[in-house]
Design a protein around this ligand. Structure first.
Ligand code: CTP
Length: 394
């Protein structure tokens, strides 16, 4: 779904976390959204409006108490333009004002005037956050339908440790992105995605594995989640952030991945196997560390499970999608895999063209019925969207 024309109005209030809002603006711009920033007067003490203007590529609105006529008109236009409003960081002050109907500056009047959903991402000192007055205001706002992204716990700027850190900026941006998705064509569907590599241990300190960051699979899980699916993400070890709002099952080996996949297989509608599963494992695992006493060592490997092939054999109504990472004869090899593993679709990518850790991918999607869709190079999230569009016949 294209979010190009969606408008996000971000209110930045005066807290030390104001600089983190720059990251949120940047993330949302990367998702092609139209971002407008309103800063309170105290926010401008922490970050310059120019930084927000440069990142949002829109004029930043700052409180102008001196010129009430200017903001009285402007707040209505932004309030109408917004598809969603985000207040990040939200201080106790702005939460208190809105909860008690006070509209005395550009941001509070815009919040009051908008019909769009409003999301607060609070950030403040732990004691302030836990203060019953603040908590009461949050509860009151929630009862009116305002939404909150809870702060995280950790070491705060004031040196205290506790709850009150602005939630992770990627998490906030992804939440906004997800809320703006109005196509929910996967509602009621269960989607199982596998991602990342698996490892095959050699001894307690060594293993072999495949190159895979998990980015492609995570993007598919996020796309399916945003379109309303219930998502189960079975992931090998990765260093990227786990998506919110999906069931995460962490595995290490081929066998663990296979057992988890089989556990959920019967209950799901769509399976996307983007994991880079290790095909071989050492024939004999050494439970003692192998010492480097010899000049050469020989390791013997044996074939491990082909999880996808197994799914192809036992599938009933599930739509089964595999990946084919190839270095040569891309389409021919992928088509063979599609048939051999009894798949409905296969996503073929030429590993010599786009790097493994890249945010982009260039793929062809082959369908069981012979149809081939060759896509331009695009982000992995866009590939995920195209893939689900094809499956859902868009
Ligand atoms: N796959 C799997 N289990 C394996 C190997 C692969 O489930 N042991 C799945 C992958 O998740 C992917 C598809 O099968 O969806 C194709 O993986 P790939 O490594 O490209 O193919 P292989 O079947 O391993 O064939 P080859 O290594 O000969 O290219």
């Amino acid at each position: 779904m294209e979010l190009k024309n969606k408008c996000v109005v971000i209110g930045v209030t005066g807290g030390i976390a104001a600089y983190k809002a720059l990251d949120i603006v940047s993330n949302l711009k990367k998702k092609n959204m139209d971002v407008h920033v309103i800063m309170t007067k105290s926010a401008t003490e922490f970050v310059t409006p120019l930084s927000f203007q440069s990142l949002s590529q829109n004029q930043v609105t700052i409180d102008m108490f001196e010129e009430p006529r200017a903001w009285e008109i402007q707040h209505i236009s932004l309030a109408k333009k917004a598809d969603i409003m985000l207040v990040a960081p939200a201080t106790a002050n702005i939460i208190g004002k809105v909860a008690n109907g006070i509209a005395d500056d550009m941001l509070s009047t815009t919040i009051m005037a908008t019909k769009a959903p409003v999301v607060f991402a609070p950030a403040m000192n732990t004691n302030m956050y836990e203060n019953p007055i603040v908590q009461g205001n949050i509860e009151k706002l929630k009862s009116y339908g305002y939404m909150f992204i809870e702060p995280a716990s950790g070491r705060l700027a004031c040196g205290d440790v506790g709850k009150g850190k602005l939630a992770d900026t990627k998490y906030i941006s992804d939440q906004i992105h997800s809320m703006l998705y109005d196509i929910k064509d996967l509602k009621g569907k269960k989607v199982l995605v596998t991602a990342g590599p698996t490892i095959a241990p050699i001894d307690p300190v060594r293993y072999i594995t495949n190159r895979s960051t998990g980015k492609m699979g995570y993007a598919i899980a996020e796309e399916a989640r945003d379109r309303g699916a219930e998502v189960i993400l079975i992931t090998g070890p990765t260093s990227i952030e786990k998506p919110f709002g999906v069931k995460i099952v962490e595995v290490k080996t081929n066998e663990e991945m296979m057992n988890s996949v089989l556990e959920y297989f019967e209950e799901v509608d769509i399976v996307v196997k983007s994991a880079a599963v290790a095909d071989y494992k050492p024939k004999n695992y050494s439970d003692r560390k192998i010492k480097k006493s010899e000049e050469y060592i020989n390791l013997e490997f044996e074939k491990d499970n082909d999880i996808l092939k197994r799914l192809g054999e036992i599938k009933t109504n599930q739509i089964l999608i595999g990946f084919a990472a190839e270095s040569h004869d891309l389409i021919e090899n992928a088509r063979n895999k599609l048939q051999r593993k009894n798949l409905d679709y296969i996503v073929a990518n030429d590993i010599t063209k786009t790097g493994f850790a890249s945010d982009n991918n260039k793929v062809a999607i082959l369908c069981r019925n012979g149809k081939e869709t060759h896509l331009e190079e695009m982000t992995k999230r866009e590939v995920a969207r195209e893939l689900l569009n094809l499956i859902m016949n868009k």
